[in-house]
Design a binder for this molecule. Structure first.
Ligand code: GDP
Length: 442
């Protein structure tokens, strides 16, 4: 999860600060020295750190903060606000064309995640904004690139336009005409990448830009490359002019330097973040939520959004009805587990929870495994057994254990757990309000 190291260090610093009662200017300066080190260790660029510390210090010692009743909280609030500002303040949205289609040009170095994140973006905008995207293969130098785009497009059931190894600018133009003819209101151009920025690549991208006139040029950079990502953003912006950044592999970046420096160093906002290899793992980049995550205050808003995405209202109503009637079965339990999975699993959710709760769940891989076991056990049961676990005698349990490759003891454990849940749902049924489900682990 991103920002782990930074988050831990800052939380230590602020804990010390909170323990002080009254704060002196010296306390603040000591704390800021620690924040400075933590940011540098997180690979935030030197100048960004320097400016950040001076702004925060000035606000903390120059106003009534130190005399307030809760000085430590005020300091944390200022750091939170300034971290948010550092990353651009609010979520920067994609441009929309006055007349469709909106044309988005994805650019970036090879391996940054251009192809996958172009497809992820198409999928995301189709889901959240009902767009009808067309993916376009303009990387004609790597023969596998066209194939790769077709594969990810196929997985998401999004059409892919290609003209083989022909001129990429002509391909882009033809794709836009095709989009107009076929009702696609969003065209995403997957352009060629190189291992390093070179003139030939930039010339081609500039030619595409001036001919196609995209509404949005998005640079894709790999968060795990830290300051190299920031440098790439600067270089691409200078040579081509970009509108925003997609920061990929945030899930693998424990430091967070790129996320914190890009906006301040280049003036260009991070608009989206890639958070995993799966094709639905992209999210809009919200500076204020990122700042809260870094400060261990959790990111409840993203969590709620994810829950809403995974939430199926019809299912929920059915479930509520069942709880009222005391008819909650193992099959419903399995449904619930699948909802947790759809929300990205426990590990993904952990980083969004505030404070201790989130930290405790960071090592939730074990729970993911338990979740998979639970699923395997339930799937090995007959529908009748799932509806009515009371009929599970020793011989049935042995058959199920053999079916899912687990021990009978694990089946007993699940049944005990399920029994507890049933007791709970009975209580809820009695209370007559089953709207809120208890949280189910594995
Ligand atoms: P391109 O050369 O820029 O088109 O890069 P690709 O789209 O081929 O991506 C390179 C690798 O990064 C692939 O293995 C992707 O699955 C992986 N990748 C892309 N985005 C993410 C992300 O957000 N998280 C993780 N963990 N991997 C990613």
């Amino acid at each position: 999860m991103a920002f782990e190291g930074l988050s831990e260090k800052l939380s230590l610093t602020f804990k010390k600060l909170r323990g002080q009662g009254r704060l002196s200017e010296e306390h603040v300066r000591t704390a800021m020295r620690e924040v400075r080190l933590a940011l540098l260790e997180a690979d935030v660029s030197y100048k960004v750190v320097k400016d950040f510390i001076s702004t925060v210090t000035e606000q903390c010692v120059g106003t009534d903060v130190l005399d307030s009743l809760t000085p430590a909280q005020q300091v944390i609030k200022i750091v939170n606000q300034e971290l948010t500002n550092l990353m651009g303040g609010t979520n920067a949205k994609l441009a929309t064309a006055p007349h469709p289609p909106t044309v988005v040009m994805m650019v970036g170095l090879q391996g940054a995640g251009k192809t996958t994140n172009g497809a992820k973006l198409a999928g995301y905008l189709r889901k959240t904004m009902q767009k009808r995207p067309l993916l376009v293969a303009c990387d004609i130098y790597r023969p596998a690139a066209i194939e790769q785009l077709k594969v990810v497009g196929g997985q998401l059931d999004i059409p892919v336009f290609e003209m083989g190894q022909g001129d990429p600018v002509k391909t882009a133009q033809a794709a836009i005409t095709h989009a107009k003819d076929h009702g696609n209101d969003l065209v995403i151009l997957d352009t060629a990448g190189r291992l390093h920025i070179d003139e030939t690549l930039m010339d081609e991208l500039k030619r595409m830009k001036s001919t196609v006139k995209p509404h949005e040029i998005l640079l894709v950079v790999d968060a795990m490359t830290g300051q190299d990502a920031v440098n790439a953003a600067g270089a691409f912006d200078e040579a081509l002019g970009i509108d925003g950044v997609v920061l990929t592999k945030l899930d693998g970046d424990a430091r967070g330097g790129a996320a914190l420096s890009i906006r301040a160093s280049t003036g260009k906002p991070v608009k989206f973040a890639g958070t995993g290899e799966k094709l639905d793992m992209i999210e809009p980049f919200h500076p204020e939520r990122m700042a809260s995550r870094i400060l261990g205050m959790g990111d409840m808003l993203s969590l709620i959004e994810k829950a809403e995405e995974a939430f199926d209202e019809k299912n929920a109503a059915k479930l509520e009805e069942k709880i009222k009637k005391n008819a909650f079965t193992l099959e419903d339990y399995l449904d619930q587990l699948n909802q947790v999975k759809k929300m990205g699993g426990l590990g993904q959710l952990a980083g969004m929870l505030p404070g201790k709760m989130g930290q405790q769940m960071q090592g939730a891989e074990i729970d993911e495994k338990a979740l998979a076991h639970t699923e395997a056990i339930i799937l090995s049961m007959t529908p009748k057994e799932r509806q009515n676990p009371q009929i599970l005698q020793a011989s049935r349990k042995r058959r199920i254990a053999a079916g899912c490759g687990l021990q009978v003891s694990e089946i007993n454990k699940l049944l005990k757990q399920f029994d507890m849940i049933q007791q709970m749902t009975k209580q809820m049924g009695k209370m007559g309000k089953g709207g809120r489900m208890p949280s189910f682990g594995g």
